[in-house]
Design a protein around this ligand. Structure first.
Ligand SMILES: *Cc1c(COP(=O)(O)O)cnc(C)c1O
Length: 405
């Protein structure tokens, strides 16, 4: 397929990427999402909005984030050169703030006074609470009781930033119920509120909007890599949960001779069922109001999923990734918990960068690719920093002293 016209053709006006995407909504929510779509279609063409977002990125977020050449790690492996796009250096320590600031600016433009969202591990909640504080908006975060107990430091951060954290007490009391609870609150309050999803998934226009807000990752890295080396990387890789950092990392390269790799979490292994590799092991289906690849049980219900990286354990994947997979433009590969932990220690010891366990999946794949391609170059998106993961890693794997480096 010729990708030069891709952004003009996809998504279609009703939010389809081929057979995926769309918006399956109740009548009430339909109106609310159409309002968001109309507002976004208008502001994304507005010089005022674009310039304001650029200013915020520069002055508040600290963008552009650097591209970094992992010289010691590359030499350890061979002659292939590994590079990182350092989203861990974005304000709040991960890429999620890129779309939260865009969503906050949209809420302001629409004259809303409140932003509503769900959060699983709390990363999206913290990024959104940050955006709310910046824009002077009220912030309502729905979070399962089980997750609230597990993720106490993120709950504390959200509260310090002024967000209202609403415990979700029904069902499994985790992410899926938090989404249902946030949708319910939004249906009641959409006149003065806007819903802000945490990844490039959900009903139209969120997959499009979040990808656009994350586009800065690849747009910057493409120019930065070229300025550093005089050419483009042979390959780009990023981890895939819902797919926001990966969509932003890949979109700028679609029409280039660059191989793209989305890395899904293989958890404890394909045959254990304890993974969250939706494209590799899921089937086309519907979840949370959109069509994509979904990991479902025999009754078609969303299956329990697992990854050592809580930001990657989602039963579905953004619809554009499903489309890129079917088109053959992006290769969806996997990395296990073990490979991610190995990469976590390798990057810490060789480069002085402690990556998030989510990002460690992308780095694990970059290391594998480097071993197979002795003279190439690969750019991995380091989607976030690992401070949030150090206690867990030390408790289960020690300090890494028993490993060979
Ligand atoms: C949430 C999160 C992810 C996964 O989300 P995507 O939408 O797939 O990008 C990856 N890395 C970090 C650090 C995260 O916080």
């Amino acid at each position: 397929m010729d990708f030069s016209r891709y952004f003009r053709d996809y998504p279609t006006p009703d939010g389809h990427f081929g057979p995926y995407g769309g918006a399956h909504l109740t009548t009430e929510l339909k109106e609310a999402f159409e309002e968001i779509n109309a507002a976004y279609q208008s502001i994304c063409q507005s010089a005022y909005f674009i310039n304001e977002l650029r200013r915020i990125r520069r002055e508040f977020q600290g963008r552009p984030t650097p591209v970094y050449h992992c010289d010691r790690l590359s030499r350890k492996i061979g002659n292939c050169q590994i590079y990182l796009k350092r989203e861990d250096l974005n304000h709040t320590g991960a890429h999620k703030l890129n779309h939260c600031m865009g969503e906050g600016l949209l809420a302001k433009y629409m004259g809303k006074k409140r932003i509503i969202a769900e959060t699983g591990a709390g990363q999206h909640g913290v990024a959104l609470a940050t955006a709310a504080a910046y824009f002077g908006l009220e912030c309502e975060i729905h979070m399962g009781e089980v997750d609230i107990a597990k993720q106490a430091p993120n709950v504390t951060r959200m509260k310090i930033l002024g967000a209202k954290v609403i415990p979700v007490t029904f069902g499994q009391r985790t992410l899926k119920e938090a989404v249902d609870s946030a949708f319910e609150s939004y249906a009641k309050n959409y006149k003065d509120s806007i819903y802000c999803i945490g990844t490039a998934a959900g009903p139209h226009p969120f997959p499009l909007m979040v990808r656009d807000f994350q586009f800065c990752i690849g747009e910057e890295s493409r120019q930065q890599f070229f300025d550093m080396t005089g050419h483009l990387p042979d390959a780009v890789c990023a981890c895939v949960g819902g797919g926001s950092n990966a969509a932003g990392s890949f979109a700028a390269y679609l029409n280039d001779p660059v191989d793209l790799y989305g890395v899904e979490p293989l958890g404890k292994g394909a045959n254990t069922g304890d993974h969250a590799a939706s494209i590799n092991y899921g089937k086309p289906g519907t979840l949370h109001g959109f069509d994509s690849y979904v990991l479902a049980d025999e009754n078609g219900e969303a299956a329990p999923v697992y990854s050592i990286a809580s930001g990657l354990d989602y039963q579905a994947v953004g619809p554009e990734h499903a489309f890129w997979h079917d088109l053959g433009r992006v290769n969806y590969v996997t990395a296990s918990d073990k490979e991610a932990v190995d990469a976590f220690f390798m990057l810490s010891r060789y480069e002085g960068i402690i990556p998030a366990l989510e990002s460690s999946h992308a780095i694990a794949y970059a290391i594998r690719w480097a071993k197979e391609h002795p003279y190439g170059s690969i750019l991995a998106t380091c989607s976030g920093r690992g401070d949030k993961d150090v206690d867990y890693v030390v408790e289960h794997y020690g300090y890494g002293d028993d490993r060979e480096y």
